[in-house]
Design a protein around this ligand. Structure first.
Ligand code: ZN
Length: 459
């Protein structure tokens, strides 16, 4: 064992011990450095559907069954005998309902932390994130997201910040810690007043791209910074319907582009791929946006399985960090016979609630005609007044205001109902396939994943 390796081990134990190793907060399956007799995985592909509760998975599955006569890739994966399925308890140190920072940190560091903080223990000590161990083992590291790449879930594998909103600090840490590949949104945190971090990445040998063509033209780049929007990428449904977004890559485009450079490293890699906006569509209670986000995420599963076929020394994990919004397709009509056709009516939506908000931000006006063209619902004068009043009061996200103003019509039209605009405490799905998959227990606490992954990759 190298000195570097053993010092990282000490650091790990120290971090875990600070809050009482065997407590509810940290992993009982902590890393063991002895010869465990396990097969070693060289690569980790970690696919995260952020904010995907069981209700939204079922909704998307029924939609795909009705429109493509086959289940979701995720469901097909579960039908495979080689897959280990687990349910995760997602609580954080500070609440039964986690946020993405705490949930990601549980995976990233092996400890439960307070909501809002990234890889800092409840006592305020920095914990070593997974990608630092990977680096020490000579592996390449990559983060891909439809959110700002400095958002909580990608950051949880590579960064340490007391407050998840310190996104400029997270961008700095990506540079200092040399995360090899970063693809997503969030340009605003890389080009700030007085500093152009993109130039610094370029000086360190990174290729820098800002659109789909640039991404597909990269040939031999080992290190890539790809930032395709100032903030989050637009929703999949808006990329599909708005030609001004034609040059923004899909999650699958980015995932594919990431695999080639990372797999050039003989020591292997860790890659996290996040569909980060399933969560946002859940917060917004937007049925059409959440469906298209889920379908886009689902397209990534066969890409991972294809890679696994030609690189069997890989562990693939497909999971989510928590539910959001309590999305459910409900029984509609006599004997619930109307649920299928209600679900089909989601197809009539031409954009997300966010696309309506975008017009409002641009023009300062709420356009009823535009709303009707997007949502396939005739909004009443009263509903329009409520939306405009609330927006003028400036107290809320427009997307939530829209969903609340038309909640009963949306429910009648689509059969989709929600419990809140917040995260939920439900147990969530995890599927693991490849080397080490068998070590995932049927029911697990989110932080246990860290030890299983580190054991399997020997990092
Ligand atoms: Zn959220």
């Amino acid at each position: 064992m190298s000195e570097q390796f053993s010092s990282s081990r000490r650091h790990f134990i120290k971090g875990a011990g600070l809050i009482g190793g065997a407590s509810l907060l940290s992993s009982s399956r902590a890393f063991s450095n002895g010869n465990t007799g396990l097969k070693t995985a060289k690569n980790l592909i970690f696919l995260v559907a952020d904010g995907m509760g069981v209700g939204s998975l079922a909704l998307a599955n029924h939609w795909k069954l009705r429109h493509h006569a086959e289940p979701l890739e995720w469901v097909q994966l579960l039908e495979n005998n080689n897959v280990q399925r687990s349910l995760q308890d997602t609580a954080s140190a500070s609440s039964p309902v986690t946020d993405s920072a705490a949930a990601g940190s549980a995976w990233g560091s092996g400890e439960r932390v307070n909501n809002g903080s990234i890889n800092y223990s409840v006592k305020g000590d920095a914990l070593v994130p997974l990608m630092q161990y990977a680096k020490q083992a000579g592996k390449s590291t990559g983060l891909v997201s439809t959110c700002r790449i400095t958002h909580a879930t990608p950051a949880s594998f590579a960064a340490n910040v007391i407050d998840r909103d310190l996104e400029a600090t997270i961008a700095d840490q990506y540079l200092e810690r040399e995360v090899d590949l970063l693809l997503g949104g969030g340009l605003e945190y890389f080009i700030t007043k007085g500093r152009n971090l993109c130039s610094e990445f370029k000086r360190r040998g990174y290729s820098f791209v800002t659109d789909k063509a640039g991404l597909s033209n990269l040939s031999d780049s080992q290190r890539i910074l790809g930032l395709f929007a100032n903030s989050h990428l637009p929703y999949a449904i808006d990329r599909k319907n708005d030609p001004t977004f034609a040059q923004i890559p899909s999650l699958a485009n980015m995932f594919k582009a990431a695999l080639h450079p990372l797999s050039e490293n003989d020591n292997g890699f860790i890659l996290q791929v996040e569909a980060g906006r399933i969560d946002h569509a859940g917060h917004a209670n937007d049925p059409a946006a959440i469906l298209q986000e889920l379908l886009e995420f689902d397209n990534c599963i066969p890409i991972a399985l294809e890679f696994l076929k030609s690189n069997p020394d890989t562990l693939v994990v497909v999971t989510t960090d928590h539910g959001t919004g309590g999305c459910q397709l409900n029984g509609v009509g006599e004997s619930y016979n109307g649920s299928g056709s209600a679900l089909d009516r989601i197809n009539n939506f031409r954009g997300s609630f966010e696309s309506i908000e975008r017009i409002y931000q641009k023009t300062g006006k709420f356009s009823r005609a535009h709303f009707n063209s997007i949502c396939d619902l005739d909004i009443t004068n009263d509903q329009q007044s409520v939306i405009v009043e609330k927006m003028l009061a400036g107290s809320d996200y427009m997307t939530s205001v829209i969903a609340d103003a038309i909640a009963s019509e949306l429910y009648e039209e689509t059969g989709v109902g929600w419990t809140s605009h917040a995260h939920t405490s439900e147990h969530v799905e995890l599927a693991a396939v490849g080397v080490g998959a068998e070590h995932f227990p049927k029911l697990m606490k989110n932080y246990e994943l860290n030890g299983i992954v580190r054991n399997t990759l020997r990092i």
